[in-house]
Design a protein around this ligand. Structure first.
Ligand SMILES: [Fe+2]
Ligand SMILES: [Fe+2]
Length: 475
């Protein structure tokens, strides 16, 4: 029997939670497993492959938690891995600050915790569903491999949440675990819970924007759950964040390479429009950025929320980098400024109780992180000798959730009349013609070492392999 550290990799469900010692739980998860496989076969990646060079989580330790090999995608070993337990961990915030972290679900917080886990869990399979057809138009084998990597890990994240539901929430938890496979992205009757996860990811420009902006929302949500007083949830999210950083990498470097290629074409052909030369026009990249950034901002919810205040006080969900904050971690006496729209429709700020402003706090952290991407992409434009720059639109632009939902705002923050918005929106958001052009460039490149016209190759391959490595064997 191969035992890697404490992780048991020979079990039907690889895990580091001693699943074999809990027969009931093991049986429950083993009966969920075939349903997961059916869902994967029906809703997972459509492109048939022989095998793909993938990373599989095999442990959580410092010296290597991942194993790379060519594997049959449908036989990927989805496992359950929690970060190591810290024996003396205490709750870092809220009313229970300083108390030992909970190893069981406190009865009074049961339904709130279950809800938080279900909402997080719902996003994981949703993104797999959104991306299932992208394999048909992969710009290179390297990118195809990355797509599959993101997909199998989102599948593992579903496993992570389902484990918590099964292990800690009894019959209701098991029912919720079933429901996670029954809702589907974009479905009329049973859609995914959050709006952005019902949007299609129809092309690779959208995929890179999604992994940059929307997956990054996931990173911040996981960051708040990692602080949770409910220790198993905290440890689960801590490990998920490790995998998540590769998803961020796919988005960040994906947009890097799109911008790099567009800049190359602009310089080479001495033009502002890379479109006729097989690239994406810079304005189209900006429009896709505007769209994905604004729908991702909506995922953080309204500016104020009493639910989230209650989650915080109860110790269920903390702030980003809670322990680095220099305040009392209870926030009962503090104020905070949040966005508002005054009676005349002007954008303004109002002071509220800090506890109710936690959505704003998290969104602010996220926005600062997004700025770093824009800086990178602008450095690429700059070093190509181009004067053009990308930017993040104003946070009030194109919002459907929160106080900005009721106002029309241009990317520069100017409030517009309905008429002005209608006149301007085609310049700011992807039009049907833009989408058709992007889609016309989506032709698969499955030859080793080759790449699509609209994308620059990566600086490095995966796990020390070269770019022209056979990352995927197609059938
Ligand atoms: Fe995820
Ligand atoms: Fe992700």
């Amino acid at each position: 029997m191969i035992v890697v550290g404490t992780a048991d990799y020979t079990e039907r469900i690889p895990n580091n939670v001693d699943l074999a010692d809990d027969r009931r739980l093991q049986r429950a998860l083993e009966s969920w497993q075939p349903k997961f496989h059916t869902w994967w076969a029906e809703m997972g990646p459509e492109l048939p492959t022989e095998d793909v060079y993938l990373r599989t989580a095999v442990n959580v330790g410092r010296d290597g938690w991942a194993h790379f090999d060519h594997v049959v995608v449908n036989e990927y070993r989805w496992g359950i891995f929690l970060a190591d337990r810290k024996d003396d961990r205490s709750i870092a915030f809220g009313e229970h600050k300083g108390e030992p972290a909970w190893q069981k679900v406190p009865g009074e917080y049961r339904s709130d915790l279950q809800r938080l886990i279900v909402v997080q869990g719902d996003t994981e399979p949703a993104s797999v569903e959104q991306q299932r057809r992208l394999g048909y138009t992969a710009p290179s084998l390297y990118d195809l491999r990355n797509l599959f990597q993101v997909n199998v890990e989102e599948g593992r994240h579903l496993w992570a949440m389902v484990y918590l539901l099964h292990a800690y929430f009894g019959r209701e938890g098991r029912e919720e675990a079933e429901a996670l496979l029954q809702r589907n992205s974009g479905s009329e009757d049973s859609p995914r819970i959050l709006g952005a996860f019902n949007e299609e990811t129809p092309d690779w420009l959208s995929f890179f924007m999604f992994t940059y902006f929307t997956d990054r929302d996931g990173k911040y949500q996981l960051g708040t759950l990692k602080e949770s007083g409910f220790d198993p949830l905290s440890r689960t999210c801590e490990f998920m964040l490790k995998e998540e950083s590769h998803h961020m990498f796919v988005g960040t470097t994906g947009i890097d390479r799109v911008v790099e290629r567009t800049a190359q074409l602009m310089v080479e052909h001495d033009t502002d429009d890379a479109g006729p030369h097989g690239g994406f026009p810079l304005q189209v990249i900006q429009k896709y950025l505007n769209f994905h950034y604004s729908v991702s901002l909506d995922l953080f919810g309204g500016e104020t929320s009493t639910n989230v205040a209650n989650y915080y006080s109860a110790g269920l969900k903390g702030r980003w980098a809670e322990e680095r904050r220099r305040d009392d971690h209870r926030l009962t006496d503090d104020g905070a400024w949040v966005d508002a729209v005054d009676e005349d429709g002007h954008l303004t700020q109002v002071e509220v109780l800090a506890l109710t402003a936690l959505n704003t706090d998290l969104r602010r952290e996220y926005i600062a992180d997004c700025e770093t991407g824009v800086k990178r992409w602008n450095r690429i434009l700059e070093s190509a000798g181009l004067p053009h720059r990308l930017y993040l639109p104003h946070r009030a632009f194109n919002r459907k959730v929160g106080v900005f939902a009721g106002v029309n705002v241009a990317p520069d923050g100017q409030v517009l009349s309905e008429e002005e918005w209608e006149r301007g929106k085609n310049a700011w958001l992807p039009t049907d013609a833009n989408k058709a052009h992007v889609s016309s460039l989506m032709r698969p490149v499955y030859e080793r070492g080759k790449i699509a016209s609209w994308l620059a190759p990566p600086r490095n391959g995966i796990n020390g392999k070269p770019f022209d490595y056979e990352y995927v064997h197609l059938t």
